[in-house]
Design a protein around this ligand. Structure first.
Ligand code: COI
Length: 355
């Protein structure tokens, strides 16, 4: 695949911390690689990006993003194949979605050579940090925030784009128990639900905390108007297996267009599994779990990959799901995805990007 090339100023660390990485004991989002990328957009002009030793950065207290939330991000992963080559998975899809989020939040568009070229250069420098092993990867976090120093409410004229990277293992150690949320909402039509903006995650924290107090790991969001249709789960899209078909809510302005979601749908079709993208009534799924036609419910996302749920809580009652086996569709999809993105099988979809 074509490699974006560009000028990057590079300052390497004097002392690598890679010996802190234990591939058998990785806790999500706690350890960061030796370097980070920083690129500033000043009055509409992107400046030369810099790769610097990972570390703190100082900010003015009037930083616009701290006050009014112009802040977006992406979640991506890199893997190593048998030959220790570093592979990214569908990075152009994240790049495109990032700029869709930027547009909705009235922020600068990031050029491909900074987003993709920056990821490639950073991965070349910190390749020793890409862990091998089942469920392991290097989580890539491109993000951008408004960097004007100004307290008036207006789109910022300056932005900072950054990439940081963090080794990742399994996101959930046990299958999550999720609660159908029928009071609070994540997104409403015309809002910012389809954008990967920081505020969507901030506003989910309080209802998620209330659910945690009732023993639930995560929420299953329903539509803002009637609370009758599933939207997505906490940090992931949601999928159901009913009568052997793979069903998922159709994307809309209230649902994040997940890249793992799209990948699993394509993989399922290639396995001759019938796929339905449509409105999914809560009542249909609850009834289906009770009568045995719904056999699996799982989350799909970059961080969680494919995460089968143990039970769904609805109106004060828990509906247990059957235990997952090697033959479950979620297991087969997860294995197919892992085999492609770690280079174990040929990538006939054109998804793998060798760094
Ligand atoms: C991802 O799956 O990459 C996400 O964005 C979820 C993250 C908030 C943990």
């Amino acid at each position: 695949m074509e490699t974006a090339t560009m000028n990057i100023k590079i300052k390497l660390t004097e002392q690598s911390r890679v010996n802190q990485l234990d591939p058998n004991n990785i806790s999500f989002g706690t350890l960061f690689t030796d370097h980070m990328l920083v690129a500033d957009c000043v009055n509409g002009e992107w400046q030369t990006p810099e790769i610097l030793p990972y570390g703190d950065i100082a900010y003015n207290p009037a930083l616009a993003s701290l006050h009014y939330g112009q802040s977006i991000f992406e979640g991506m992963k890199a893997f190593k194949n048998e030959d220790d080559e570093v592979l990214m998975f569908r990075p152009l899809e994240n790049f495109k979605r990032f700029n869709i989020s930027a547009e909705r939040m009235c922020m600068a568009q990031v050029p491909e050579e900074i987003f993709i070229g920056g990821l490639e250069e950073l991965l070349r420098i910190d390749s020793a940090w890409v862990p091998k092993g089942e469920d392991n990867s290097l989580y890539l976090r491109p993000f951008m925030f408004a960097s004007d120093v100004y307290l008036g409410v207006r789109p910022s004229q300056n932005y900072r784009f950054m990439i940081i990277m963090s080794p990742a293992g399994k996101y959930y150690s046990t299958p999550p128990k999720v609660k159908v949320e029928t009071e609070y909402i994540r997104a409403a039509p015309g809002g910012v639900g389809y954008a990967k903006c920081a505020g969507n995650y901030a506003s989910s924290l309080y209802p998620a905390k209330l659910a945690a107090e009732q023993g639930y790991t995560q929420l299953l969001w329903t539509d803002a108007i009637e609370h009758k249709y599933f939207e997505e789960s906490g940090t992931m899209n949601v999928m159901f297996v009913k009568d052997g078909k793979l069903i998922t809510p159709a994307v809309s302005t209230t649902i994040l267009k997940g890249i793992t979601r799209d990948t699993l749908l394509q993989l399922a079709k290639s396995m001759n599994i019938e796929v339905e993208e449509r409105r999914v009534p809560v009542a249909e799924i609850i009834e289906g779990i009770a009568n045995g036609s719904v056999t699996e419910v799982f989350g799909a996302g970059t961080a969680v990959v494919v995460s089968p749920f143990a039970a769904i809580g609805f109106e004060g009652r828990d509906y247990e799901l059957p235990a997952i086996t090697e033959n479950s569709l979620s297991t087969r999809l997860k294995n197919a995805l892992n085999d492609i993105r770690t280079g174990k099988v040929a990538d006939t979809f054109g998804w793998v990007w060798k760094v």
